[in-house]
Design a binder for this molecule. Structure first.
Ligand SMILES: Cc1cc2nc3c(=O)[nH]c(=O)nc-3n(C[C@H](O)[C@H](O)[C@H](O)COP(=O)(O)OP(=O)(O)OC[C@H]3O[C@@H](n4cnc5c(N)ncnc54)[C@H](O)[C@@H]3O)c2cc1C
Length: 385
């Protein structure tokens, strides 16, 4: 693994940063405040090939990996406009379909996901399962060639703007015990597929939904890949999800830190700018170090994933997500504090990031579940649950 980016990766980073700078945080914050989408930015990024950098070239993608997609999301976030659906649409859904989908599914979905003209949400979380996905109860039963899907999901992002949702369920004969998942593509207007927005204290253009699947009839072609290989397919999507959540958090931390540093250089209430006081400067320096360390772990995880080492990528992706979320929460907190009262004003727009940064701590897998994973899997400690 090299720590130096290739020329292509560097140019991708520069180009995405230039696009994001044209939109900027004011555009993103106004969309969130006014209940609008960020479709202009999404479709421009799609046309430029940024949304599908990780998808296969034969389906219109860039032929790169999660490393490249993480660069895209990090740079969008560093400019104050992180597109949350990048974590879901090309990273989870695009990856799973590219690796395990049927030819028909690849032809139907991948070109659109790569171009940004189609979007796909991802639904695994359930009200009574939460962090314990072995408790998922969304159930698929066969009816002739069709599937009938029944269950409930919560906190599913972007269902209203997604053309379909990749829903994680289990088949009727695997209803209890350890999770044996199967994945279904449920198109937005399928009868019986009902969504209700969940009011969130989040200043973000993407909304979260509760989903009710009430005897939703799906054709055989809605099942992704093989019903017996569901766990492997699911993990093929969950590792990119964790890596991309790390990119989301790191972009946000970079954005907040840059605003705080700009402010600390010019704000003067004694003889020197406040940034000259070590009580102001050191926490910002520490935030930068923690963010850079998390970034290293994110690129290690992305490298392992892109080189096909799914097992090692699992541990690294969890640790990267943990480190990035913690760095983002602390950096945003320190940035808000650096601006004093202005940190809490709408004009400076930093306080809204306090809630946004917490998303990375709890989703897609919470801080404690990662600590559990490292305790049991890495350190071999006994399990209490
Ligand atoms: C903004 C947002 C967007 C989201 N988008 C999506 C999406 O698109 N698709 C999707 O499927 N999901 C999505 N989620 C859901 C998210 O993945 C879950 O919220 C997360 O997995 C935690 O599940 P939970 O909320 O049920 O918490 P719970 O599982 O109820 O956990 C509550 C608390 O208990 C702790 N806890 C639980 N079990 C243990 C244990 N064994 N040891 C120690 N601590 C424990 C947790 O760490 C947490 O702090 C989103 C969530 C948010 C907030």
């Amino acid at each position: 693994m090299t720590l130096v980016e290739t020329d292509e990766q560097r140019s991708l980073r520069t180009a995405v940063a230039a696009l994001a700078a044209r939109y900027g945080h004011a555009y993103f914050a106004a969309a969130a405040r006014d209940g609008r989408t960020t479709d202009e930015l999404w479709s421009e990024a799609g046309k430029l090939g940024y949304l599908g950098v990780n998808l296969p070239e034969e389906y219109g993608g860039g032929g790169g990996g999660i490393t490249e997609l993480a660069i895209v999301l990090e740079e969008l976030g560093a400019a104050g406009c992180p597109l949350l659906l990048l974590v879901v649409s090309p990273a989870i859904c695009g990856t799973v379909i590219a690796r395990f989908g049927t030819d028909g599914q690849k032809r139907r979905w991948l070109p659109g996901l790569a171009a940004g003209t189609l979007r796909m949400a991802f639904g695994i979380t359930e009200p009574d399962a939460g962090s314990n996905s072995h408790r998922l109860t969304t159930t698929a039963r066969r009816d002739g060639d069709d599937w009938i899907l029944t269950g409930r999901k919560v906190f599913i992002s972007g269902v209203d703007i997604a053309d379909a949702t990749l829903v994680v369920g289990r088949t009727e004969d695997a209803r209890t015990g350890r999770l044996k998942p199967c994945l279904f593509i449920v198109e937005r207007d399928t009868p019986g597929f009902v969504r209700r927005p969940i009011p969130m204290e989040l200043a973000a253009p993407e909304k979260q939904f509760e989903l009710v699947l009430d005897d939703v009839r799906l054709p055989a072609s809605a099942l992704v890949g093989d019903e017996d290989a569901g766990l492997q397919q699911l993990f093929a999507g969950l590792n990119p999800e964790r890596i991309m959540t790390a990119a989301f958090a790191i972009g946000m931390a970079r954005y907040a830190l840059a605003r705080a540093v700009d402010y600390a250089k010019v704000r003067q209430v004694w003889d020197e700018p406040i940034g000259a006081h070590q009580a102001v400067a050191h926490p910002l320096a520490r935030a930068h170090i923690e963010t850079e360390l998390a970034r290293l772990m994110m690129y290690k995880a992305a490298y392992l994933y892109d080189t096909g080492d799914d097992a090692a990528a699992g541990e690294a992706a969890n640790m990267a997500k943990y480190a990035a979320a913690e760095a983002a929460v602390r950096t945003v907190d320190q940035a808000v504090h650096t601006l004093g009262g202005n940190g809490l004003t709408k004009e400076f727009g930093l306080a809204a990031l306090i809630t946004a940064a917490r998303v990375a701590r709890v989703a897609p897998v919470s801080r404690e579940m990662i600590l559990n994973y490292v305790s049991h899997r890495t350190l071999g400690l006994p399990k209490s649950y």
